[in-house]
Ligand binder design. Sequence first.
Ligand code: CA
Length: 370
Amino acid sequence: MTTSRRKFITGASLAGGAAASTLAFPAIAQSQPTVKWRLASSYPKSLDTVFGGADLLSKRVAALTGGKFQIQVFAAGEIVPGLQVADAVQNGTVECGHTNSYYYIGKNKAFAFETTVPFGINQRQQNAWMYYGGGKELVGDFLKDFNIASFPGGNTGTQMGGWFRKEVKTVADLKGLKIRIAGLGGEVFAKLGAVPQQIAGGDIYPALEKGTIDAAEWVGPYDDEKLGFYKVAKNYYTPGWWEPNSAYSFYVSLKEWEKLPKEYQAAFEAAAYAVNADMMAEYDAKNPTALKRLIANGVKLHSFTNEIMKAAQDAAYGMYDDEAAKNPAFKKIYLSWLKFRDDQLQWHRVAEHTMATFSFANRPKIRTTA
Ligand code: CA
């Protein structure tokens, strides 16, 4: 007995390598440098969903590195305005940011794909494209010229179509309409005769209240309720055809990224992954009750007419074709994305669409009274 025990102990200590390296790990962690980064968010603190995404990233990264890698989060306007986060990352004002790529289509329309494009793909399909469909590589290659490494950092799902002071039924009703909208959706509205304005999240309500704009879109019931649009515009439209998904991105300075210890890079990537999953779950859990509250407050829900939807879709794809003809960076991403979209739509109509269509139309017979 004693002998075999000794053998066991000896064997264990001789097994050596693996056990020793496991024990040594905390020492390695202790020897890692303290790294302090600043993150500029494009969003106000009042939006707990999306601003909270950067907070969650910061907390997860700290937890995964024993508190050694610290990321301090700043709201829009604290370091740079909400729509200048990419510039701040690119020129080294901050090490990283949390933003929407489509705020930067003024630099190149190819920035749009990472967030969304009108009449494009939904949140599941966006993740599939980014993680497994070549999207991350295409976006990564494109952003190298801007000194940016990018990581998916949350999603809203299909957005709502925004808040209108007056009802809109025909394309003619859009003529001259001043609407706050970001990304390529604004350019589609312009082709339909409207006047799009890009305004950061925290500044939309005052513009709508003053009547500087006639309509505004942001995200969906939960966020929109917080921003208070229902108090000044009662017509709430669906769907946000310009954002069938809307992905947030963590932008990191490539120079700073390359200086990070491998373990910290892994921690950052894991934390970004967590935020990406967490935010969609949060929106999905919170939107239904927010929509009920809005309707109880007198909000009128409308669907965009087929006339507007079809005209917008034609204008959108016409614009992509025109852009691809003159912009090689756009074309490279667009052609890959377009093939992926076609495959996804064919597949999703088979199981997802069939199941959802039945479920939306048929309530189950409930047998319990509990
Ligand atoms: Ca939006």
